[in-house]
Write a new protein. Structure first.
Length: 381
């Protein structure tokens, strides 16, 4: 035994993850939260881990700890959009970490709390794993201002960094002008099972209403295919007015169904019914929606995102080089060329099964956590 304590205490910090554990709370979340949710469930199935989550709520009246199977979810953060609340939240986070005494903390995406966590780990000699969510986390864009400096402090002092692809490592090293030896690629993971293929007749777009996701481009595509059924699942982002603007435009299009929010546990049925999945983002890490599409044998039509060139390398759909006309043309091909469609469909499922199975991905994570924990114990001897 390397410790008198029977379990390694893991703490995942994500203020917006709450509704994945408790859907009735309906707190908007993104792909980063989904991955941490899936990993937390995998960790909790291993008797060596004591899994804790630090989360938040918009209508927080009383700080509380709730159980989700073997996971303890500590709902202590008020998610009010008020300038004074972030400072209070970071203090609450620090106090909670001191009380919990986790051995390893995991956090994903660029935020000032990255710095708060790194500060805690430095003072109390604990391990911190930072997981990159997007290329913008590591290209310097998130490092502006005082809060950006706090994020950079945390990122550069993480015990270990997880990238979604090799390009993120290159971007980080270019930004920081040095090599990083405490970093490796672990891809995002999902449960991969043979999909239901009975009804596939819609074109699907799923994302939050943030400008770099470019939902307005999807609305333009719909105009070219008046006889095709389109679905747009568009969760609110931080800019509510922008979401309202997109919703208003979408609701005027007769062959488009606009859906403002879908629980994670119910989202898969929309992928099961989709024939093509469209992504219009300017950038991504590796979108969860790509995995959700591929595991349902849906070819991917991507305007500007082709992480690790997997769409073209494994022939999982079309990459459009940020050219709108090319995207329209390729959608027409996918809707009319059945042989090519079937080829892309099978390739997508084969790729995701080999590269993104949550059982394989979570094992890589757990191997890393064991190694980090062992190294921390050796340092105390």
């Amino acid at each position: 035994m390397i410790s008198n304590r029977k379990q390694i205490r893991i703490c995942i910090v994500d203020f917006h993850i709450t509704s994945l554990f408790f859907p009735q709370m309906e707190i908007p979340h993104g792909g980063a939260e989904v991955q941490l949710f899936l990993l937390s469930k995998a960790f909790s199935n291993n008797k060596n881990f004591d899994v804790n989550i630090i989360a938040g709520d918009y209508n927080l009246k009383q700080r509380k700890t709730k159980k989700y199977k073997n996971i303890k979810v500590h709902i202590i953060i008020a998610l009010n959009r008020n300038a004074i609340f972030p400072i209070k939240n970071y203090i609450l986070l620090l106090v909670k970490l001191i009380k919990l005494k986790p051995d390893i903390i995991i956090q994903r995406s660029s935020t000032p709390k990255t710095g708060v966590i790194a500060f805690y780990c430095k003072i109390f000699k604990k391990k911190f794993v930072y997981s990159i969510a997007s290329d913008y986390d590591v290209n310097g864009v998130s490092a502006k201002g005082i809060l950006g400096n706090l994020y950079t402090f945390g990122l550069t002092r993480a015990s270990y960094i997880i990238a979604q692809n090799l390009n993120q490592i290159k971007i980080l090293e270019k930004w920081q002008n040095r090599k990083f030896f405490n970093i490796s690629v672990i891809k995002s993971g999902y449960h991969i099972i043979p999909p239901n293929l009975e009804m596939k007749n819609t074109v699907l777009w799923v994302a939050r209403a943030v400008r770099w996701k470019r939902p307005e481009i999807y609305l333009k595509i719909v105009d070219f295919f008046p006889n095709q059924t389109f679905i747009m699942i568009c969760n609110k982002g931080t800019n509510i007015e922008y979401w309202k603007e997109i919703k208003e435009k979408a609701c005027k299009i007769p062959n488009l169904t606009f859906i403002p929010f879908v629980l994670f546990e119910k989202i898969n049925k929309y992928f099961e019914n989709a024939k093509v999945f469209i992504n219009t983002s300017t950038h991504e890490g590796f979108p969860n929606t790509f995995i959700q599409a591929a595991k349902n044998k849906i070819p991917i039509l991507s305007l500007n995102v082709n992480t690790d060139k997997f769409i073209t390398k494994y022939e999982c759909g079309f990459f459009c080089d940020n050219k709108f006309k090319k995207m329209v043309k390729n959608l027409e091909i996918l809707l009319t060329n059945q042989d090519l469609y079937d080829k892309f469909s099978e390739n997508a499922f084969k790729y995701v099964k080999e590269q993104h199975d949550i059982n394989k991905i979570s094992k890589k994570w757990m191997d890393l956590l064991f190694e980090l924990y062992k190294s921390s114990q050796y340092c105390l001897i």
